[in-house]
Write a protein that binds this ligand. Structure first.
Ligand code: SF4
Length: 486
């Protein structure tokens, strides 16, 4: 059950906030900028209004998630900090003396209340709405790119993963308190996951009851991570091998295991659309959706800037139909000439190679045909047939017994001719120079806001993280633009 109104805070200490939280404090500025009642409108249907115990107000729960993204904290550290940090209490609409909730309530909130909510679109659209209202979105330009996030859980067995986390706790304790050597229980020897979990619980217990350094942040943070991982296993909320994370390629030699967030951002550096996918998805295929979502959010779009991954034939045709200038350099091998294929392979611009539908990158390429003749040249990409022989997707892709598996592409199709001419113009070159802005935004998401690593397992968890992180980053940008305006 939730009360329809947020509680009226009648504490005699409320005036402390006026003294302690300055006018230009980020959390005060966010509270003054955003009317959070939209959260209540969206979440009301997920709560029972008549029965049950009074639940923690959804706006407060949502604000907790926002704080987690702004300050990049674990659930336990977030709740801990909200015990004593007055700016957190103020932001959460708590009285200074109020007790905090248990951090497990956040896991429940994410799992039970945020399902089926399209949180990513909801939060981005809200910030774009604020930016439009404040007269901050004037350009008709968006930039597109994708940023990758490593899965929280690597491709390790559950036992290896738990062992790694408990080892990290022991190591932190030993570094600060040598007397703890020998106080931890015997490490499990069987392959039973339950035994490893039990050992991890004991490690937490020993640190919390016997160590003098349990409250030192370097130890406490690791204990909190271990507790979250134990909790994840107990609730089957996460697994060591994240079921949704996939291998993607950053370059020919470097791969990552995790997710991608495809982003559109206005020239004013406000993110106008985002789509979270598994790591193996190619960037170019999301261009049209990003443009449509940005328009729905309230952007007018005349120009789109992206790297060579976005200059596929479909995207060029779409841009032409929509009368959008696509500032995306042509890659000579980005699209298949015939367009007749049943199975599509994705081009990885960083590696300069195609990736097959099963996620394997070509192992070599070779060019055929002659330059400057009427016939188009082709590039053939060769795949590892040992993988094809056992591939579950080989039907229609690899012919049983064949000595090679290749994928051929036309180097320049007719659709690319116009773009080839356009990319030589001064206008194209000048606009293309602005693309660095979206790379800086990707870095902002990753570094201060922890977007480098997923905070939980699964695509749904990644979407929540994406939604709250982008919401926070957009609000910070709006506040900066407003203060520049003054
Ligand atoms: S058959 Fe080979 S090329 Fe085709 S999807 Fe499978 S591994 Fe990739």
């Amino acid at each position: 059950m939730i009360s329809k109104q947020e509680t009226l805070n009648l504490s005699p200490y409320m005036a402390l906030y006026d003294v302690l939280i300055p006018k230009d404090h980020l959390l005060r500025q966010i509270n003054e900028l955003v009317d959070f009642s939209f959260v209540l409108d969206e979440l009301q249907s997920k709560y029972c209004l008549e029965n049950g115990r009074n639940a923690i107000h959804p706006i407060r729960m949502f604000k907790y998630l926002l704080l987690k993204s702004i300050y990049d904290l674990s659930d336990a550290d977030l709740v801990e900090r909200s015990k004593y940090d007055m700016s957190f209490k103020y932001f959460l609409d708590m009285t200074p003396e109020e007790n905090v909730m248990n951090s497990s309530s956040l896991t429940k909130f994410r799992r039970l209340r945020l399902q089926d909510l399209y949180l990513l679109d909801l939060l981005i659209n809200k910030t774009v709405e604020i930016a439009v209202e404040k007269g901050l979105l004037l350009s008709k330009i968006i930039m597109v790119d994708a940023t990758h996030t490593q899965a929280r859980y690597n491709q390790k067995s559950p036992k290896e993963f738990l062992r790694e986390k408990s080892k990290s706790v022991r190591k932190a304790v030993y570094q600060l308190e040598e007397e703890m050597v020998g106080k931890f229980p015997e490490k499990p020897t069987s392959n039973e996951i339950e035994e490893e979990l039990q050992y991890c619980r004991q490690v937490v217990d020993v640190v919390e009851t016997q160590s003098k350094v349990a409250q030192i942040p370097a130890v406490k943070e690791r204990v909190n991570v271990l507790k979250e991982v134990i909790d994840d296993y107990e609730n089957q909320w996460s697994y060591s091998d994240d079921p949704d994370a996939r291998v993607g390629h950053k370059s020919a030699d470097t791969a990552f295991f995790g997710f991608k967030t495809h982003i559109a951002m206005s020239d004013e550096r406000i993110i106008t659309a985002a789509i979270v996918t598994t790591g193996e998805k190619s960037d170019g295929q999301y261009l049209q959706e990003l443009i449509e979502k940005s328009k729905e959010a309230g952007m007018e779009i005349e120009t789109v800037l992206g790297d060579a991954a976005y200059s596929g034939k479909d995207n060029l045709q779409y841009a032409k139909t929509e009368e959008i200038q696509l500032i995306s350099k042509l890659n000579p091998v980005i699209t298949s000439g015939s367009g007749q294929r049943k199975i599509e392979f994705d081009y990885n611009k960083d590696a300069g190679m195609f990736v097959c539908p099963a996620g394997h990158m070509a192992i070599q390429k070779a060019r055929s045909g002659k330059k400057n003749q009427n016939k188009n040249q082709h590039t053939k990409y060769y795949f590892d047939i040992e993988k094809c022989k056992v591939c579950p997707m080989r039907e229609g892709c690899y012919q049983e017994g064949a000595k090679s598996k290749t994928y051929s592409v036309t180097i320049k199709s007719i659709e690319h001719e116009e773009q080839a001419a356009f990319q030589e113009t001064d206008k194209f070159k000048q606009l293309a120079r602005n693309r660095y802005k979206i790379e800086a935004k990707n870095s902002e998401l990753k570094h201060p806001h922890g977007y480098k690593t997923a905070k939980s397992a699964g695509l749904f968890g990644m979407e929540i993280q994406g939604a709250t992180t982008i919401f926070a980053v957009n609000l910070k940008r709006i506040i900066k633009l407003l203060s520049d305006k003054e």
